[in-house]
Design a protein around this ligand. Structure first.
Ligand code: TRP
Length: 332
């Protein structure tokens, strides 16, 4: 072990990732993996809190892993693993359940939203989702958790649970802090630029997926909603459409928003939208071909998952052992 701080994050292997996920999560992880002792998980146990097609879930687990690696997440630098491969997640979750109140879970915003959307299947796992997430983070004694705004409440609960346990026994868990990164900008829907780009938008032209081919990407950008006036300037209040396109361009070109404004000064919206589309498509093409290459190499993927699971299980096992000891589980 070195003296780097520990960082934990995870993404569910469901749905297709959008360029918003790339900007908000993956592009940040690429930088973080050099400075922190990172654990990145594929949260398939969280995924089953809403019904999944088994064959698809299996396939998406692999394709997401391949995608991470294709984007530049390096399994030699960080611990990249699949959540269900490390039994300690379910085990710690069970213990933490006894430190979590039903009332506080019922009040979670995401639980209320998802219960409404999946009214036919409001299962215990859906309600327990935040506790499993707390177990994920606390097992690795993570100091930092880079997450989006939508996960803020879940992170708060993880902190509460950690503190509660530490107070009842003695310091056991590191109390994690959220890393709400400013860089990597929030990316909004191309058709409704005041809303976050989501995996499941009503209008499929509003979201650009990392798996979209070149023509699709360019078509979606050509159709992107712009604003009145003709100036290409960053002003999210008055020009949400143009500002969103500038943010996207900035993430995918590596230039700052100011540089982008200068570059497009005096040019028309049509030309601008095409340039943004081409920049995104140029960035996605090599990622997609690398992902396909990795996906075809099952031996390599299995080895990555095996190594990741072993490393994760070792770290998680240390925490779980301490917890079991403190709560009075007889050890053999
Ligand atoms: N709930 C997170 C999401 O949907 C994914 C997740 C699972 C996670 N476990 C985590 C994120 C632990 C951070 C830390 O985005």
């Amino acid at each position: 072990m070195d003296d780097k701080k520990t960082l934990y994050s995870a993404i569910q292997p469901t749905n297709n990732l959008t360029i918003g996920n790339y900007a908000g999560a993956i592009s940040n992880w690429l930088k973080l993996q050099n400075d922190y002792n990172c654990y990145f998980a594929i949260a398939n146990m969280h995924a089953i809190t809403v019904r999944q097609n088994p064959a698809e879930l299996r396939q998406k687990t692999l394709s997401m892993l391949a995608l991470y690696i294709a984007c530049g997440i390096d399994p030699a630098k960080c611990c990249l693993y699949v959540q269900s491969h490390v039994p300690a997640h379910a085990e710690l979750c069970w213990v933490l359940n006894t430190f979590t109140y039903v009332g506080e879970m019922e009040r979670m915003t995401q639980f209320k939203d998802k219960s409404a959307r999946h009214a036919e299947n409001v299962n215990m796992g859906l309600m327990d989702y935040p506790v499993l997430m707390a177990a994920d983070i606390l097992l690795y004694q993570a100091q930092f958790v880079p997450v989006g705004e939508d996960q803020r409440q879940h992170l708060e609960i993880a902190r509460d649970i950690a503190q509660r346990f530490n107070n009842v026994y003695s310091p056991t868990f590191t109390v994690p802090e959220g890393l709400f990164l400013k860089v990597g900008a929030k990316i909004n829907d191309l058709q409704e630029p005041s809303k976050k780009m989501s995996k499941s938008a009503e209008n499929p032209n509003g979201s650009v997926f990392l798996s979209d081919d070149r023509d699709t990407v360019i078509r979606k950008f050509k159709r992107a909603v712009t604003d009145s006036g003709s100036e290409i300037i960053y002003d999210p209040e008055r020009k949400p459409g143009v500002s969103n396109l500038l943010s996207i361009y900035s993430v995918f070109s590596g230039k700052t928003v100011e540089e982008a404004e200068r570059e497009f000064a005096g040019r028309g919206y049509g030309e601008f939208k095409l340039a943004v589309g081409e920049t995104v498509a140029d960035k996605l093409a090599p990622i997609q071909s690398e992902q396909a290459k990795i996906l075809a190499d099952k031996d390599y993927l299995n080895k990555v998952m095996q190594d990741g699971a072993e490393r994760a299980a070792r770290a998680a096992g240390r925490t779980l052992f301490k917890v079991y000891k403190k709560i009075g589980f007889y050890q053999i």
